[in-house]
Write a protein that binds this ligand. Structure first.
Ligand code: RM4
Ligand code: MN
Ligand code: MN
Length: 431
């Protein structure tokens, strides 16, 4: 069956036709520039097309803060409507063929039907995210923790939820479980720091034992929030040691916003690659903390430096290297569809720039301790305008040369505003 297309393909074709001539000229020129550097543009374009980034289902709704949430008109009200928005992003941008669901937020009675709907949009399911940081009516409370709670009954409930997520994931065709817990403490002395981590390992052992063959579990660390004095899985060191203890199918997930400002994240990435424990990413950008701003909007150079490590690992065939790329951001003042389109492009750009790094020159400069030349080699790649390759990759894959322009011209948001009347809940919160 042909994938269903929420945006009229003729609109994409019409808009592309207007931009094609300029793109062809720019692409040809870029080809000449790259040829001078002995780089094949067609090869670069093909590599750009191969980068796949998953969309988080919670990202297509408006985000918010502890203070308020200002929903965008026509935002999705359930997982099926979220899939429709993800399909728009994929149809226009062609870099996001998978969706990462979050349970119980995305609960659906007919999982087979859900998988079918995704399939018809040309979408697959990536890592399943569990949620033991919120209470559900009638359940034991996670106020004082979940997988690390002092009460065995609460830990068992949290374990059971993760097992259910694996079961759901099996039916959706997913092959990974991402576990992020908010567990920790707000007061010095509140928690026995060692005992809490012991309980975490004990709980995770049960979850890992239930992973089907070929599945991975990703441990996501986060410095602070909701726990404000100590978090059980606060940093990559804790994440790494737990992943190492738990087995070969457990790896670390790096959410860019989950570190102290000024942390050298690319070095963390290099370490995890070196020891075969890099599971994947939640990409976003930040200035102060877990801001969940759009990827590449504040510090695109950092994303490039991370991709510099990733490309290096790929080129040298680092063992166990198969990171899952996902976005995880909160769109408080923009249209989430537009933000996610821009963010996926930011990742393609950082990836393409990293592919342009002259690895031989870099190695030579490093060997010679020529710091200036080494840094210049990196910046030479960043300074290149690779937009024609990114646009061509998208166009050839059936997407829009200018996805935001097509999205706005489609009036999709206005249509959804009348099709999806919202209930005013007055709820604040991160999602
Ligand atoms: C957390 C973390 C998790 C995400 C939740 C919604 O801060 O980033 O990945 O599932 O937010
Ligand atoms: Mn995250
Ligand atoms: Mn986060």
């Amino acid at each position: 069956m042909r994938p269903s297309t929420p945006i009229n393909p003729e609109l994409i074709a019409k808009q592309n036709a207007r931009l094609e001539k300029d793109l062809d000229a720019d692409y040809e020129h870029l080809g000449e520039v790259l040829a001078r550097q002995r780089v094949d543009l067609e090869d670069l374009t093909a590599r750009i097309q191969r980068l796949a980034v998953a969309i988080p289902t919670w990202g297509v709704g408006s985000g918010g803060t502890r203070f308020a949430r200002f929903p965008v008109a026509g935002e999705p009200r359930n997982v099926f409507e979220k899939l429709e928005d993800c399909a728009v992003i994929q149809q226009l941008g062609r870099a996001t063929p998978a969706v990462s669901p979050h349970f119980p937020w995305d609960r659906a009675d007919d999982l087979g039907g859900l998988r079918e709907v995704a399939h018809n949009y040309g979408l697959a399911f990536d890592a399943v995210n569990s949620n033991t940081f919120e209470d559900l009516p009638g359940q034991l409370s996670y106020k004082f923790g979940s997988l690390t709670h002092t009460d065995r009954a609460v830990r068992e409930q949290a374990i059971a939820h993760n097992l259910e997520c694996i079961e759901i994931g099996k039916q959706l065709g997913s092959r990974a479980l991402t576990v992020w817990i908010g567990d920790g403490s707000n007061f010095p002395g509140q928690q026995n720091l060692g005992a809490a981590l012991e309980r975490y390992l004990e709980s995770m052992r049960e979850i890992v034992a239930a992973l089907p063959p070929g599945w991975r579990a990703f441990i996501e660390h986060k410095l602070y929030e909701p726990a404000l004095y100590s978090s059980v899985i606060a940093d990559w060191g804790t994440s790494f040691i737990c992943a190492s203890r738990l087995g070969a199918n457990v790896q670390c997930l790096v959410d860019l916003g989950h570190h102290a400002p000024t942390t050298n994240i690319e070095q963390i990435v290099a370490r995890l690659i070196q020891f075969g424990k890099l599971g994947g990413f939640h990409f976003n950008d930040s200035k102060y903390g877990d801001d969940d701003l759009d990827t590449g909007s504040v510090n695109p150079f950092q994303i490039f430096l991370i991709f510099n490590e990733l490309v290096d690992a790929e080129l040298r065939g680092a063992p166990g290297f198969a990171p899952a790329y996902m976005l995880d951001q909160s769109h408080n003042v923009t249209d989430p569809i537009e933000s996610l389109l821009e963010s996926a492009t930011a990742l393609q750009r950082a990836h393409a720039q990293a592919l342009m790094v002259d690895r031989e020159a870099l190695r030579a400069a490093q060997e010679a301790n020529d710091a200036l030349m080494a840094n210049r080699t990196l910046r030479a790649a960043v300074n290149m305008d690779l937009e024609p390759a990114i646009k061509m990759a998208r166009k050839r894959a059936g997407g829009a040369i200018d996805p935001i322009a097509v999205f706005r011209a489609s009036r999709y948001r206005n249509c959804k505003a009348s099709e999806r009347p919202q209930e005013l809940t007055g709820k604040s919160g991160i999602v």
